[in-house]
Design a protein around this ligand. Structure first.
Ligand SMILES: [Zn+2]
Ligand SMILES: [Zn+2]
Length: 253
């Protein structure tokens, strides 16, 4: 039979079996490359050092730090994670921290002054409110700072969270969602246009996801659960987690 096939192949070259062409890989979309490799891997830094400082009246809640540890272990696989409660700034110090003067307070409490090879550094500061004014009415902020060395800097505005503790929600429950949300921005969420609000804010369209935008729809979607259980979403949805997993598998550029 083989001989016949070979003969047919000779007589009718067009009938000879031709190898399947190798599939051309579809290039990954640009957003896949935007997540910080030092945090989510693979490669990059081998250690993720998360330092938490706070003004005396607004310390971080244990519930928030436990959740941060859980998502960091899951989303920064293969990396050594350290989460350190570090400096308590006196409450009095806050009076001189309005506007850009907050940057001096950050310099004072930041435990690192220079980059250390192999270490990705995330500096978190708990403040009473947004130092640039309540009109920026946010619960928290995540920024990539270049000075004194490149690192992530997160604010949690704990006084604002306490004021927003409505629907029977405890401040620690809001603290947890806010901290995991801001850390999600550092990880690279949300860049995928398939479930991202088109306002450039990096928020998820799933109102059950902690990366959602705190819009009325999200509040209403979670209000019943909040009132009956005292809980609101505090983790990334399946789509957000899948985005991070896809970024982790991206080819090197
Ligand atoms: Zn956000
Ligand atoms: Zn999401």
């Amino acid at each position: 039979m083989k001989r016949l096939a070979a003969l047919l192949g000779l007589l009718f070259p067009g009938c000879a079996p031709t190898p399947e062409p190798a599939p051309v890989p579809t290039p990954e979309p640009a957003w896949v490359f935007e997540a910080d490799r030092d945090l989510i891997g693979p490669g990059g830094a081998s250690k993720v050092d998360i330092e938490i400082d706070w003004f005396a009246p607004v310390p971080p809640d244990a519930l928030a730090l436990e959740a941060l540890a859980e998502v960091a272990r899951r989303e920064c696989p293969g990396k050594e994670i350290s989460i350190r409660r570090d400096t308590e700034l006196p409450g009095e110090r806050w009076k001189k921290c309005r506007g850009d003067r907050i940057e001096a307070a950050l310099d004072e409490c930041r435990g690192r002054t220079q980059a250390e090879p192999g270490v990705a550094y995330v500096h978190i500061l708990y403040c009473p409110i947004n130092p640039w004014g309540e009109e920026f009415g946010s619960n928290g902020l995540c920024r990539r700072l270049r000075k004194p060395f490149p690192h992530w800097q997160i604010f949690i505005f704990k006084g604002t969270l306490r004021n927003r503790a409505v629907l029977g929600l405890k401040p620690e429950v809001l603290d947890r969602s806010c901290l995991v949300h801001e850390f999600g921005h550092a990880l690279g969420l949300v860049e995928n246009p398939e479930h991202r609000f088109e306002d450039g804010g990096g928020h998820c369209t799933d109102t059950k996801c902690v990366m959602t935008k705190p819009k009325l729809a999200a509040v209403l979607d979670n209000a019943v659960e909040a009132m009956t259980t005292g809980l609101i979403p505090w983790d990334y949805c399946e789509k957000c987690r899948a985005d991070l997993a896809r970024s982790r598998k991206r080819p090197a550029r």
